[in-house]
Design a binder for this molecule. Structure first.
Ligand code: SF4
Ligand code: SF4
Length: 427
């Protein structure tokens, strides 16, 4: 059955004063041009349709029924798919227009699935059946022992879905990896202590690919009693890949769990993922028409914290370093400002502020654009790191670190990218 293509003017997107209808949000665009030069896809294509301003106008014209999706679906698809959802335009816009959310609304209306179905189902397992997913990951690691070829083949397959870095997974992932659950068990750390002081929501990568990040987070949070919400989905993945209904369902489960954990007072919730932080901060937008749920989502958003909310005391050897505040969907805003302050204090003049080339890319955005274009963009970042002779790049996202490292290893091995939690040696 052919599905109806419809862009709903009443779907809600985030706004500076809370959720507002898409039609209103798009109308706020004054076509001032302030965002255009910050958009990596525009800088690469130099076409208005590939700029945030152009994208907004496409949405507006569609809503006003002046054009139809069926008029030029291939150009429309190209324009939408080339949007990295990096939110650089939102950060540059005086009205903080959420262009990535406008693009997501359009993607949903067109039923665009950017990842192959089997890969999507596999990733979803991480959210719905974390135990099974963990076993699959461990099986993958097991096969890796038999040489580089199997993991390369798997990486090649996944890379067709846009997860470019997976092709180089063998070069990036630790040689003796373990998932968060096994690593914590080895260290005799209880995931669920009684009467916790804080809840830690690990990112997908910290749960399955880079458990050391989760361990570091746990160490930084000491002496607090940390409840690790392992295997608990937030709905971010579903939101990004187009299933808003499932995203809401997953988010509600997280919300209920968090409410139950803090029986006497609401517990702070901390995460190592800037994407998760941004998404949960904006979670009230999921319930724009349900005031009860919106209030509860707002309470969770108010208790959200990011790594940059922690106190960093001892640091690793100061070298020429930079901070990569790339994110997907929502600008890192206050979290990035805090991170910058920490870096300025600890690294002094060795801190090179992160103003990457104009092609600066939200690393996780690699999953949303055709691979060749994504690699072209990330290469610009590598050139920038080399030109400034930066030795260490600290990222606010583990995925960003993974993806940047993949390119650095190949083209500029003098530098490496790490998650921000690794800027401190010991707690
Ligand atoms: S999105 Fe914002 S910055 Fe960009 S043209 Fe519109 S109003 Fe200007
Ligand atoms: S989200 Fe990023 S790629 Fe998309 S329009 Fe905005 S700046 Fe351009």
């Amino acid at each position: 059955m052919k599905r109806k293509i419809m862009l709903s003017p009443a779907s809600f997107v985030p706004g500076p004063q809370g959720p507002r209808p898409l039609v209103q949000s798009v109308d706020y665009c004054t076509r001032c041009n302030a965002c255009v030069q910050s958009c990596p896809s525009y800088l690469l294509r130099q076409e208005e349709a590939f700029s945030p301003r152009g994208r907004n106008q496409i949405v507006r014209l569609l809503l006003e029924r002046k054009i139809k999706i069926s008029d030029n679906p291939s150009l429309l698809k190209d324009t939408i798919c080339a949007c990295l959802l990096c939110a650089r335009c939102t950060a540059a816009c005086a009205g903080a227009l959420p262009v990535p959310d406008h693009m997501l609304a359009l993607r949903r209306a067109m039923h665009l699935q950017l990842l192959p179905k089997p890969l999507m189902l596999l990733l979803r397992l991480g959210n719905t059946c974390p135990e099974i997913f963990e076993r699959l990951v461990r099986t993958g690691y097991f096969f890796r022992r038999f040489g580089r070829r199997p993991i390369r083949c798997l990486g090649g397959l996944l890379a067709t879905g846009g997860l470019a870095w997976l092709k180089h997974a063998d070069d990036i992932l630790p040689q003796k990896p373990s998932t968060l659950k096994t690593l914590f068990k080895k260290q005799h750390i209880a995931l669920h202590p009684k009467e916790p002081d804080i809840v830690y929501l690990p990112s997908f990568e910290a749960s399955y690919l880079m458990a050391q990040t989760a361990l570091k987070m746990w160490q930084l949070l000491q002496p607090k009693k940390v409840y690790v919400l392992w295997g608990q989905s937030s709905g971010l993945l579903e939101y990004l890949y187009g299933d808003k209904t499932l995203a809401v369902k997953q988010f509600k489960r997280l919300l209920l769990k968090w409410e139950k954990l803090g029986t006497r007072k609401k517990l702070p919730l901390i995460t190592d993922s800037i994407e998760l932080y941004g998404f949960l901060k904006h979670s009230p937008v999921l319930f724009a028409t349900l005031p009860g749920w919106q209030k509860r989502a707002q309470a969770l958003a108010d208790h959200m914290q990011f790594v940059s909310h922690l106190r960093f005391t001892k640091t690793v050897n100061a070298k020429r370093c930079a901070l990569d505040a790339s994110t997907v969907l929502y600008p890192a805003g206050e979290a990035a400002v805090r991170a910058q302050k920490i870096f300025k204090t600890h690294f002094g003049k060795n801190f090179v502020e992160c103003e990457y080339s104009h092609y600066a890319i939200a690393a996780a955005g690699l999953a949303f654009v055709p691979q060749t274009r994504a690699e072209e963009m990330v290469l610009e970042n590598v050139k920038d790191v080399a030109r400034r002779q930066i030795q260490e790049v600290y990222c606010l996202s583990g995925l960003a670190a993974l993806e940047l490292n993949a390119s650095l290893r190949r083209h500029y091995p003098q530098a490496q990218a790490k998650h921000m939690v690794f800027m401190q040696d010991e707690p």
